[in-house]
Design a protein around this ligand. Structure first.
Ligand code: GLU
Length: 451
């Protein structure tokens, strides 16, 4: 009889920590999943015997490479680029590229691990991957960004492909950067394929891809509220971030009758007691994305608002909250503050914005709490639809895509109910998302045997 991995959770996690020293974000992401999966697989001998969890928590490969580029002053700059291909059991690796000084192997491994479950939850055939670089786009000229993107793709191209690995955007990578990278991929390979998503509409992009993550998060929030017979009309919302996810989440909250009180960036948060209207959100979009400005400038344009330097917005009383900035931006004490202030529901637009302590606080308070892998899956879902359109060489209509996004978010919510309903009116969405995502990938892996 073979030895199965019937080790207990602390022993399993000790192994993860040992094998991944100095990778706290990756260890955190594995722990959050393992806490739920351990319970689920307790009586499932095959998952143990085949070491499924152990295998999903070990990326298929991590590619790391040098990226050289020349800045506008003629200096040669050297950055590190990565692609983490976590798991392709149910489809080609899929996941964004992040350009931010905080990028390292731990951050990308955690993101690729999370992406594996998130992509499974969408119901579309996509595996999990993530890539990026510690390149900081802030303060760089457009030409510098172009040269960096080209250099990055000159190495990355050999590791990706429409049926192999399909990157997209993430923090620091939007339509412009995808354009530069797609142009370089096409130039090197002489192939026009759906190798990246988040492309411009002129060259194979999909309608509603930019809106999809933020809109999807709000649809998920609305689905959670509906289980209590409630909706967003008249509800106050606190949102962090002011990029693509945050501004589109704000837009959808407003469309559904809610009132958005805050947005933020790394310098602090803005509180607008009158609420962010569509005009104000458009101002933020232009200011942050096109002018690359700071959120604090908002108070000059709209003097009733206040700026809170170096602070996160979690102390502002609200009915619903959407962390849409970055990982570990909402800590245990912030979670306690939100609960004490009467927050009813929280949907994560960012990836792992709540630390482990915060997750435990929300679970203990039985909050309607959606982890990013469920609530922010709308972005990658529409990326999956972009891949389908590219394969078919056609473009679907906006109404069709809007409906598909809504249906997919509804489906993810249903999957969370299936595996997360604890009875007594409480749904543990973290558990539901982890188990539903895990089961699909795990069952595919079982079918393949030991590979
Ligand atoms: N970066 C996004 C995410 O975290 C989107 C990835 C994609 O579209 O492939 O899910």
């Amino acid at each position: 009889m073979a030895v199965s991995d019937h080790v207990d959770l602390p022993t399993f996690m000790e192994g993860v920590r040992k094998r991944n020293p100095h990778q706290p974000e990756f260890v955190q992401a594995v722990q959050e999943v393992a806490e739920d999966i351990y319970e689920f697989i307790e009586d499932k001998e095959e998952y143990h015997a085949q070491q499924i969890l152990r295998r999903i928590a070990e990326p298929d490969r991590v590619v790391s490479f040098r990226v050289c580029w020349e800045d506008d002053n003629g200096n040669i700059r050297v950055q590190r680029g990565y692609r983490v291909q976590n798991n392709n059991a149910i489809g080609p690796y899929k996941g964004g590229i992040r350009f931010h000084p905080s990028v390292n192997e731990s951050v990308l491994k955690f993101l690729a691990f999370e992406q594996t479950f998130k992509n499974a939850l969408t119901g579309l055939p996509m595996g999990g991957g993530k890539g990026g670089s510690n390149f900081n786009p802030k303060g760089k000229s457009v030409r510098e960004i172009m040269r960096f993107c080209q250099s990055f793709m000159t190495e990355l191209y050999r590791h990706i492909g429409a049926d192999v690995d399909v990157p997209a955007g993430d923090i620091g990578v939007g339509g412009r950067e995808i354009g530069f990278m797609f142009g370089q991929y096409k130039r090197i390979t002489n192939q026009f394929t759906g190798v990246l998503t988040g492309k411009g509409l002129e060259y194979g992009g999909s309608l509603i891809r930019p809106e999809a993550t933020g809109y999807g998060a709000v649809y998920f929030l609305a689905n959670m509220l509906a289980t209590k017979g409630e909706d967003l009309v008249g509800k106050t919302a606190v949102i962090s971030g002011s990029g693509n996810v945050a501004t589109h989440a704000a837009e959808k909250i407003v469309q559904l009758g809610g009132k958005v009180l805050t947005l933020s960036d790394s310098g602090g948060f803005v509180h607008d007691p009158d609420g962010f209207t569509q005009d104000k959100i458009d101002w933020v979009k232009t200011h942050k994305t096109h002018r690359r400005g700071r959120i604090q400038d908002y108070v000059e344009a709209f003097p009733k608002a206040t700026f809170h330097e170096g602070k996160t917005p979690w102390g502002v009383p609200c009915d619903v909250a959407l962390p849409c900035a970055t990982q570990n931006e909402l800590l245990g004490e912030d979670a306690r503050t939100l609960v004490a202030n009467g927050c009813k529901a929280l949907a994560e637009g960012a990836n792992m914005p709540t630390d482990l302590e915060g997750v435990h606080v929300f679970k203990a308070a039985r909050l309607l709490y959606a982890p990013g892998k469920a609530s922010n899956a709308g972005g990658v879902a529409v990326s999956g639809l972009e891949m389908s359109q590219n394969s078919e060489r056609r473009a679907w209509k906006e109404e069709e895509l809007q409906q598909m996004l809504k249906d997919i978010m509804f489906g993810i919510h249903q999957s969370c109910l299936t595996y997360g309903d604890q009875g007594g009116g409480y749904v543990d969405y973290v558990k539901g998302a982890n188990i539903a995502g895990f089961k699909k990938v795990a069952d595919a892996m079982l079918a393949f045997g030991v590979v």
